[in-house]
Design a protein around this ligand. Sequence first.
Ligand SMILES: *[C@@H]1O[C@H](CO)[C@@H](O)[C@H](O)[C@H]1NC(C)=O
Ligand SMILES: *[C@@H]1O[C@H](CO)[C@@H](O)[C@H](O)[C@H]1NC(C)=O
Ligand SMILES: *[C@@H]1O[C@H](CO)[C@@H](O)[C@H](O)[C@H]1NC(C)=O
Ligand SMILES: *[C@@H]1O[C@H](CO)[C@@H](O)[C@H](O)[C@H]1NC(C)=O
Ligand SMILES: *[C@@H]1O[C@H](CO)[C@@H](O)[C@H](O)[C@H]1NC(C)=O
Length: 433
Amino acid sequence: MVLIRSLPIYLTLLLLEYALLVRSVYSSNAFSRVVQHTHQIAARHTRNIARDLRLAFGAVLVSDPSQQPLDDGRAVYCKSSAAAGNGGQGNNSSSPTGTNSQGTGTSTNSAAVGSPTTSAVSTPWKLIEAHNGSDFFQGWSFFTGSDPTHGVVDYLDINDATSAGLAYVNSAGNAVMSVDTTNNLTSNRKSVRITTSSQYDQGIWILDALHMPTGCGTWPAFWTNGPNWPAGGEIDIVEGVNTYTNNQATIHTNPGCTISSSNSTVLGITGTIVGGTNCAAAETNNQGCGVRSSSDVSFGAAFNKNGGGVYASKLDDTGVSIHFWPAGQVPSDVLAGTPNPSLATWGTPFAQWSSSGCNPNTFFHDHSAIFDTTFCGDWAGSVWTDSGIPGQEQSCAQSTGYPTCEAFVMAEGSAFTEAYWEVKSVKIYQYQS
Ligand SMILES: *[C@@H]1O[C@H](CO)[C@@H](O)[C@H](O)[C@H]1NC(C)=O
Ligand SMILES: *[C@@H]1O[C@H](CO)[C@@H](O)[C@H](O)[C@H]1NC(C)=O
Ligand SMILES: *[C@@H]1O[C@H](CO)[C@@H](O)[C@H](O)[C@H]1NC(C)=O
Ligand SMILES: *[C@@H]1O[C@H](CO)[C@@H](O)[C@H](O)[C@H]1NC(C)=O
Ligand SMILES: *[C@@H]1O[C@H](CO)[C@@H](O)[C@H](O)[C@H]1NC(C)=O
């Protein structure tokens, strides 16, 4: 019965995906890739659709350890659904006041190796908020609600996270956010999710990281979002699952925000549109509009092995754009803490949502930055048996020998020693002409 109800959605997505894919991305074995890709996207929308698709594809139906019903029929994939209850932080965007150190000093603190000499440049973008060094965790709140994306995770408060050694600043001065590695758990795996107290209508958020969580079962993200999701908008800057090596950036908004093309050349981006061009959460079953990076060191183990890198998300009157630079390729203005974004300084973004299709002043406001690491749930769990994705050439079911993500995550704690963030800094800049 449930299956029948969902078939039209499935078929619609299948056709949409087929139309998009035939035009560009895949050259061989197109049909099975289309099916797989459709499954992947559709599975992210809602728990029920994910279940239905598993049945439709004859795949294994995962168990439901969190036992959480969809309370109001709202789709559940997006990380930010919880922001609807993000602690009641208010609107301080007009004159944001970070709770941490401010200044405009030159920074030599970066993941870059062998990079050009850092030099401060004149720029209207001023450092407003810096999270780095021993006071990295000042100005963040630790989210302790249940995971809105249905992961088998328990988010710890600051005291428990600190005493469990899951949130600390290491001897190198980098912030570490890790997860419990106990084997054979009987309750959800412990992890950390933190949100900045400050909120900004516009800005540049720059993440400089050495390491991000990776491995079958993991689903880490770094993103920003506003209140009353999706009214305040969501910008997923770093996101992926399992053993993926290519990052996916996505926005989720109220109706009326679109990407003008699905052609990367036309859009002026190096990434590839995945899914549709309508960014409205409610009109796409929460899919939003995502872009996959073409860099195979932009996510996961490949990012870590390569020495990490820097992500910059810019939200201003021109729209949203996201750049990624692997370690050693970070522009000198970014290294210097005086970001001066232009095509000449930063190159082509891998993802961009221009104001022509999506007025940023309408669809984004009061954004906080958020880190998390969850397990399984609506994305990592739903693609457990999928293969042929960059980094996940073999499915996690095959590589781990576990039929479900949840069974693996509960049993094999020692598999999660790489499931940690090591962050040099998060810096937030505001345009002050
Ligand atoms: C994308 O746009 C460019 C420039 O207009 C064009 O040359 C190219 O054929 C397009 N690619 C696809 C897959 O349509
Ligand atoms: C935030 O702003 C919205 C409208 O912009 C308003 O409805 C809401 O009450 C404000 N919240 C706080 C905490 O001031
Ligand atoms: C807004 O900022 C002021 C400081 O400027 C702070 O005292 C107040 O708690 C903030 N309000 C919210 C809701 O964050
Ligand atoms: C943190 O960043 C600020 C601003 O860029 C810089 O002045 C400071 O030296 C940095 N602190 C550490 C410990 O790296
Ligand atoms: C979990 O428990 C089972 C049964 O006691 C044991 O065989 C297995 O080795 C344990 N797994 C791990 C990863 O410790």
